[in-house]
Structures are given as C-alpha cells and as structure tokens.
Design a protein around this ligand. Structure first.
Ligand code: MG
Length: 383
C-alpha cells in the first residue's frame, strides 16, 4: 500500500537525497516544498508528480507554472501555504528546511498526527520541551535523520533506557580541526565551506567549521533521548565512521558505524524498523585502517561552549544562541564579519536575560529576534 510523504526542503542536500531513496520505499510524494531553486523543483515535480508544490514567492509560482505546464501539481507560495500543507496528516513529513523557519511547519505536522523524519535541528533546539510535549500528546513518532541522532536511536532502540549512562556524540572536527585561534583569524568563506568528510548545505557547513553544529546536536539529543546536557559527551573522530555511541551503566559501549553518507540515516527514518539497501557504497574497515579520537577544543571553538552553556541554562537560551548564530553565519557568509567573530558574538548573546520556560511559538520567535539583534548591534562590521 502506498503511503504519502511531504518533503519540506526538497531542493537541499537532504531533500535531493530523500528523493533518490524514495523509489526504494513504499512512499509516494504528496507535497514538495522548496525556497528559491525553482529549476530543480520543476525537475522534481516532473519526476514525482506531487499533489502540491510550494515555493518562496509569487515570482517563483509564475516561473514554476511555466516550467511544469501539463503537470497536475497545485503550485502555492509562502509560509502560510507551507504550514497548511504540513497539516494535511500524511503518513510521514520529512522536515529538512534550514533554520528556525522549520519550527512552525514541523509543529503543524506533529499536531496533524503525521510521523516526523527530523532533519531540521532548530525544531528541537529552539522549541525543546514545547515540541516534545506535543509529540507525546499527539503520539507522533519522531525519527531522527541527523547521522549522530540516528546512530544513538539505533544503539538504544528496544533497550531499557534506564540502563543508559551517557551519550557520546562524535564530531569530525570539521575543516579546522587542530587549528589555533591565530590560524583561524583570517580564514575565508571558501575554506570554511570545505568540509573534509560530509557534503552539506552552506549554513550547516559553517556550523560544522565553528562546531556550533555539534553544540546544537547536544541540545537536540537532550530532548530526543531525555538526557541532561552533562550526560552528553563529545569526542572528535576525524574519520566519521562511528556516527555516535552510548555507554551503559556496566561500562559497555555500543556504537553505530558506517560510511559518512546521509543516505543511510535518511533511509532508516523512512523505512524504520525495516532496513532497505539504497545503493550505498560498502564500508571496508581495512580500507579505513585507523579510527582516532580526540577531545574538543572548547576555547578555540567558542560556539560549542556557547551552545553547551545554553543547553545547561535551558528554557529559551538555546533559541537565543541559535538566533544569534543564524545571524552571525549569514554575516560571515556575506563577508561582513570574520570567522572567529561568530563564536564571540554567539557566546556574547548569552549575557541577555530570557525566560527559563518556553510557553509559546511567539515567545520563541521573539527570543530568536533578540539573539539576531544582539549580533547586528555588537558586530564589528568589516569594510
Ligand atoms: Mg550531524
């Protein structure tokens, strides 16, 4: 029997890989949602023939309509259309929109009773307890797509979680592993975008270079697996073969391994609890040779310290650092601030006072704006 899938963020790295995997599953695409990459969305519509497709704005609608003449897909635009389409109650919604923009559509899908394959980190980073309450209330399955969280999910699935002592997230270290602050002063956008192992979108590539990405993953893991921040460790593992591991009370460690290929965690979220081969390259341990591990450098990679501090402070502090980070990354990508400024500004935002309890989405938006404003007001803009 065909099941329906809505793909939020279809033209990004996760979105395009998801569409490659779909042919190996029982899913049919109900809706595709993209931003400004209208050409690629048009190609996707021709192949997958969804009921609905959504682009950023009216101009996009016009262009998309002319590019897909003869297709029966209904074409819409804007934030309201995304939220409404996410609320249709299809079997699975894969949430891969970048940034806090993913929060409301994902919440709408949870409320509608759809299961969620979650690639958007910000849903849990900014919405935390509020999102988890709604997941419980609506009996929704929240299936992690992030490779680390998929790994932990696979390590603990079916086991008594009371026996869990620690979660250990692995990090590749990004393109700047082992560099000193001095060496990072003048790195270019191109250097920061060149990740050694994973091929990803621009925002997440910068987050990986600053290690903010790992900090956000700590916050995400707290909520997904109900663990406090002090029971989540980070270890640098440059080969990215062990995607994360858990330690049980008796000292036993269980790890999940594989090549650094997002197709594996995407597939598992789509076909759970079954596994399907989707043409991934085989892992050869002799070829990999050595697996090495190091402690992170919290002083050089200040974003990591900021995110962990926010995780411990709780409430809306994660939303605050996330907003500050989105703004700072945007400014770095546009050449307005230096690489190290990102960490300084994100850490600095923690000096603001925000509530310790999340009560509404509006409140999350306000705090997000506050974080962004802190960054624009405190940045030393380059000329
Ligand atoms: Mg990850």
């Amino acid at each position: 029997m065909k099941k329906y899938l809505t793909l939020l963020g279809s033209t990004g790295s996760i979105g395009t890989q998801t569409l490659d995997i779909i042919e190996h599953t029982d899913y049919k695409v109900y809706a595709l949602c993209a931003g400004r990459n209208v050409d690629l969305l048009a190609e996707q519509i021709k192949v997958h023939n969804p009921e609905v497709a959504i682009v950023a704005d009216e101009d996009g609608v016009e262009r998309l309509e002319s590019l897909t003449k003869g297709c029966s897909t209904k074409i819409l635009c804007g934030r309201e259309a995304i939220i409404e389409t996410a609320s249709k109650g299809v079997e699975l919604v894969l949430s891969a929109i970048v940034g806090i923009a993913g929060l409301e559509p994902t919440l709408a899908a949870i409320e509608a009773g759809s299961d969620i394959a979650l690639a958007n980190k910000e849903t849990l980073v900014t919405g935390g307890e509020l999102v988890m309450e709604r997941v419980a209330k609506n009996n929704t399955k929240l299936l992690p797509v992030d490779s680390e969280h998929s790994a932990i999910f696979q390590c603990i699935d079916g086991k008594d979680k009371n026996g869990l002592k620690k979660i250990i997230l692995t990090a590749s270290g990004g393109p700047f592993f082992n560099r000193t602050k001095e060496q990072l002063k003048n790195v270019s956008v191109e250097n920061a975008l060149a990740h050694p192992n994973w091929s990803m979108g621009r925002k997440i590539s910068i987050d990986s270079a600053t290690m903010m990405n790992k900090g956000l993953e700590v916050i995400e893991a707290m909520h997904l697996f109900g663990m406090p921040a002090d029971k989540i460790d980070i270890v640098i593992h440059p080969q990215s073969i062990i995607h994360s591991l858990v330690e049980w009370k008796d000292g036993s460690h269980i790890a999940q391994m594989g090549l650094p290929d997002m197709k594996i965690p995407i597939q598992y979220a789509l076909t759970y609890p079954e596994r399907v081969y989707c043409g991934e390259e085989e892992l050869s341990l002799p070829k990999v040779g050595n697996l090495t591990f190091f402690d992170p450098d919290y002083e050089t990679f200040k974003c990591l310290s900021a995110a962990i501090k926010a995780a411990k402070m709780g409430g809306l502090y994660p939303a605050l650092v996330n907003g500050a980070n989105e703004q700072a990354v945007d400014m770095f990508l546009n050449g307005k601030i230096g690489f190290l400024d990102i960490g300084e500004l994100v850490y600095g935002a923690l000096s603001l006072d925000v509530p310790k309890k999340i009560t509404s989405v509006e409140q999350i938006r306000e705090v997000d704006t506050l974080g962004r404003k802190y960054v624009t007001e405190n940045a030393n803009i380059k000329n």
